[in-house]
Design a protein. Structure first.
Length: 287
């Protein structure tokens, strides 16, 4: 895999952005291997993802961000994120007692589907330590007391570990605890959650049983970024599955778990590939 630079940017739509940026790359002998753009005509905003090979690129990689900032960021009032494909994202997984999403994430990781490192798994229960042991990944447990008196202590310990392991994003694989504001602020639009339905939908406990009692014909799952506004962050991926009167609560649960795994893995894949741009509590998902 040849080293590449990836830029995600957005700004007010103006003539010349694409031609200026591509000219900057080609003039410096960069080979563009990906370009996708979108214009939100309602807000007049321009969004672009562009990737180019660095093998013959004349600008040293440590100077690319400085050049982009000088030439384009200020000129177009751009928001720019620069990545390199040979710098792996570092993912922390948070879990509670349900194993289906955790197994799916770790299986994809071990199969080499993702260009990512997973240095730690964090939980509020010991139940899934055996899963982490199977995949030889360190497993840490911090339990929050029922009266939440130790919440600050637990969150501080978790934050120290995340910092120590240079974590770049977090995946909540059915982690049944509220994420604190400090952690959300430290990882803005970098905490991915899986929700067991379309949002908003059946709230509270036993959502699939509620769906069965209502006689629904489809069930859904939603993956989104976590914000301080509970379950209202930018949506990354959603999908549905048909059910019928022949289904029982148990079969709906099984179908729902399959859906959750698929939807979460799609969201994680797009994040690892740096193909998601957030704006106004929405996501632009590049192809």
């Amino acid at each position: 895999m040849k080293p590449t630079a990836i830029v995600l940017l957005h700004c007010q739509d103006k003539p010349g952005i694409v031609s200026d940026f591509t000219k900057f790359i080609t003039d410096n002998k960069g080979n563009i291997i990906y370009l996708d753009q979108y214009v939100d005509r309602e807000d007049g905003m321009f969004f672009m993802r562009i990737e180019w090979e660095l093998e013959d690129f004349l600008i040293p990689r440590e100077k690319i961000g400085e050049f982009i900032d000088t030439l384009y960021t200020q000129r177009y009032q751009m928001n720019v994120n620069l990545y390199f494909n040979d710098v792996k994202p570092r993912m922390a997984i948070f879990v509670s007692r349900m194993s289906h999403c955790l197994y799916d994430l770790l299986a994809r990781y071990k199969a080499g589907e993702w260009n990512v490192d997973i240095p730690c798994i964090i939980s509020n229960h010991e139940d899934l330590r055996y899963v982490a042991d199977q995949f030889d990944i360190p497993y840490y447990v911090w339990s929050i007391s029922k009266d939440h008196s130790n919440r600050a202590e637990v969150e501080n310990a978790e934050m120290e570990l995340l910092k120590k392991e240079n974590i770049t994003f977090i995946v909540l694989a059915r982690y049944m605890q509220i994420i604190g504001d400090d952690m959300i602020a430290a990882f803005p639009h970098h905490i991915i959650n899986i929700h067991h339905s379309f949002l908003p939908a059946f709230v509270g406990a036993r959502p699939y049983h509620q769906a069965w009692e209502r006689g629904v014909k489809i069930i859904g799952a939603t993956s989104h970024y976590v914000t301080a506004d509970l379950d209202a962050g930018p949506i990354i991926e959603q999908d549905v599955m048909r059910v019928s009167h022949k289904d029982t609560p148990d079969t709906i649960v099984l179908k729902g778990k399959d859906l959750e795994k698929i939807v979460l893995s799609r969201a994680v894949t797009k994040h690892i590939q740096r193909k998601i741009l957030t704006y106004n509590n929405k996501t632009i998902i590049f192809s």
